[in-house]
Design a protein around this ligand. Sequence first.
Ligand SMILES: C[S@@+](CC[C@H](N)C(=O)[O-])C[C@H]1O[C@@H](n2cnc3c(N)ncnc32)[C@H](O)[C@@H]1O
Length: 331
Amino acid sequence: MSGHVPVLLPEVIDALQPQAGGVIVDGTFGGGGYAMRVLAHADCRLYGIDRDLDAITRAEKLAADEPRLVPLMGRFGDMDALLLNTGVPHVDGVMLDIGVSSFQIDQGERGFSFMRDGPLDMRMGQTGPSAAEVINTMSQDDLATVIYQLGEERQSRRIAKVICERRTETPFTTTLDLAETIENAVGGRRGKKTHPATLTFQAIRMFVNDELGELARGLAAAERMLVPGGRLVVVTFHSLEDRLVKRFFRDRSGGNGGGSRFMPEKAAGPTPTFDLVSRKAIEAGPDETKTNPRARSARLRAGIRTTAASWTAEVDTGVRVPNLSTVEEAA
Ligand SMILES: C[S@@+](CC[C@H](N)C(=O)[O-])C[C@H]1O[C@@H](n2cnc3c(N)ncnc32)[C@H](O)[C@@H]1O
């Protein structure tokens, strides 16, 4: 099995600035690329969270030789509860590397890939409805909304219609069956560079794992857990995710303060909880994108926690999709 090549690794360390004696949270442990580099850089303690049992198994193996690493199985959206249960009331740094790992994509049996056959699953954790349950039970309108909102797929209505027609004959159980049905629905590849199922697979994966909801909760949890001067570093690979992170840091750093005489109430928001490390997103340079094409879409944003109290308002995901809990799970 191939490994996961961490993206923007020196830039993450530079933005996080881990210090000796500090406590760092890696909310997306994956293959441990970021985590192990942090531990090599500073004599700190690192809590490695992942919702995927395979990632936690890898973390436990590494922790056998590295007592400063503490694996924690769960979702980073719940990081404050996970950490408080372990007796950790606050932390000096949080890093999030959003999305799936190469370990997950490369294993056909996890059901993430339209290139490898496997059961239509796509769950990072082992709970909640699978992609097959979503595809086989959701109403045509809801399916179209998910594919449009989370995949930004312009042919969402047509794809949802074809999926719903096909499933009345035979329900979908495998990734390649779904990929081929989508390819036929949009009239084949027609010289396109990317597979016609790319955006639909991305949308279903993001929905099944509530990825934007998790990101919104994770940012708010990090805000609550970080000490003044603590750092939050987030790497995203998708425009919807980067938009969410950008808006979070803009709002939390007072960048949405207005101050306009036409909108005086906008100026009186809560006190900023972050100072920005850089106003613009940090992107990979040509050397990295040449050797790792995944790095092309990576965006790093980071902030330094101020002394202000955490905001109480929930972080908005920016998209409106049906609730995952409405999907029927097979008995
Ligand atoms: C892109 S990989 C991280 C790779 C890691 N930075 C490295 O260097 O190896 C993302 C990982 O985050 C995990 N993940 C995604 N969303 C999560 C969530 N809400 N809570 C916990 N883990 C999550 C995935 O299971 C996956 O292992």
